[in-house]
Design a binder for this molecule. Structure first.
Ligand code: PBG
Length: 325
């Protein structure tokens, strides 16, 4: 009988051996926690489609950010939900707008101990729910929207954001925002480009979280899930326009895209594990169909293995705490 001489199982025998040879591991500082803050509420409100996540008050947001930073997360990403929405989304760049107030609050709370990230988009602020200003044909007007994004980026930089993240998939958005920031003395504020953001059904829970009134979809600007080469083109353009970091979104269903992007660019790559990825695992775990903590950790490790340096996840604080404990 020929016994195997080469035995890969030798390195799997104990937890210590497995840990020693692990090719990837999660670390709190690789994780970014998205947080929602709602104008005009006095108590935090649960988000039914995202069990465990809240629409925060300004006060509870400060505490949630402090808890995340104590757990060691690398950053927090803030999404404001205004009380009133307008056709032009003007709340997005209002200096007293909810995102600007929240950014200033969180920066006052955590200082430079973590990266405070602002989302540049109008979808939470428009009464039609689209990411920008609408043209006569009902589609988002690219170039008019760029002006609104630039104003929004300036307002967030003035409020103290450490990093701004345009998420609307308008052509030229990185170049426009870079020029606007540089022209106003904010040349040190970096841009995280949502470079390859797909037109995904998995944003559904997020849209309830931000009380979006979107009718129709985003397929004239977000990417077709069928395409990989197109993502490389989008990423290349964003880097040429001055993106300091690039993102692929969603994450778990797009690991091939994450890998190709990570192999192609020399800027840090982030991947966003979106609300539908979160909700799917939470729902299955609640029904006893999955082991919740193992499924979470596996989903995040897979994103790191695919090549993402940074993982944006609604579980960031929880996982960071577990990694510490
Ligand atoms: C735009 C934005 C969206 C998400 C992050 N930024 C919504 C959209 O593009 O429709 C989705 C995030 C998620 O689903 O977790 N403000």
């Amino acid at each position: 009988m020929n016994f195997p001489v080469v035995r890969p199982r030798r390195l799997r025998r104990t937890a210590a051996l497995r840990r020693l040879v692990a090719e990837n591991r999660l670390h709190p500082s690789d994780l970014v926690q998205p947080l929602f803050v709602r104008e005009g509420i006095t108590e935090p409100r649960p988000i039914p489609a995202m069990p465990g996540q809240l629409q925060h008050t300004r006060e509870s947001l400060r505490k949630a950010a402090a808890t995340a930073v104590q757990a060691g997360v690398g950053g927090v990403m803030l999404f404001g939900i205004p009380e009133a929405k307008h056709p032009d989304g003007r709340g997005a760049w209002d200096e007293r707008g909810i995102a600007q107030l929240a950014i200033a609050d969180v920066v006052a709370e955590v200082g430079d101990a973590a990266v405070v990230i602002g989302d540049i988009n109008l979808d939470e602020y428009t009464d039609h729910g689209h990411v920008g200003l609408l043209g006569a044909d009902g589609d988002v007007d690219n170039d008019a929207t760029l002006r609104a994004y630039t104003r929004t980026a300036l307002a967030q930089a003035e409020a103290g954001a450490h990093l701004v993240a345009p998420s609307g998939m308008m052509d030229g958005q990185v170049a426009a925002i870079r020029a606007g920031l540089d022209g106003a003395g904010h040349e040190r504020v970096p841009i995280l480009a949502y470079a390859a953001k797909y037109d995904s059904a998995f944003y559904g829970p997020f849209r309830t979280a931000v009380e979006s009134s979107l009718v129709g979809g985003r397929s004239t600007h977000q990417q077709d899930p069928a395409n990989l080469r197109e993502a490389l083109r989008e990423v290349r353009l964003d880097v040429e326009e001055g993106a300091d970091l690039v993102m692929v979104k969603p994450a778990g269903l797009y690991l091939d895209v994450v890998r190709r992007v990570a192999d192609t660019v020399d800027v840090p790559v982030a991947a966003y594990q979106v609300s539908g990825e979160y909700a799917a695992i939470e729902a299955a775990a609640r029904q006893g169909m999955l082991h919740r903590e193992r499924a979470i950790e596996e989903s995040l490790t897979a994103i790191r293995r695919a090549g993402a340096r940074i993982v944006i996840t609604y579980w960031a604080t929880e996982v960071a705490q577990r990694l510490h404990g």
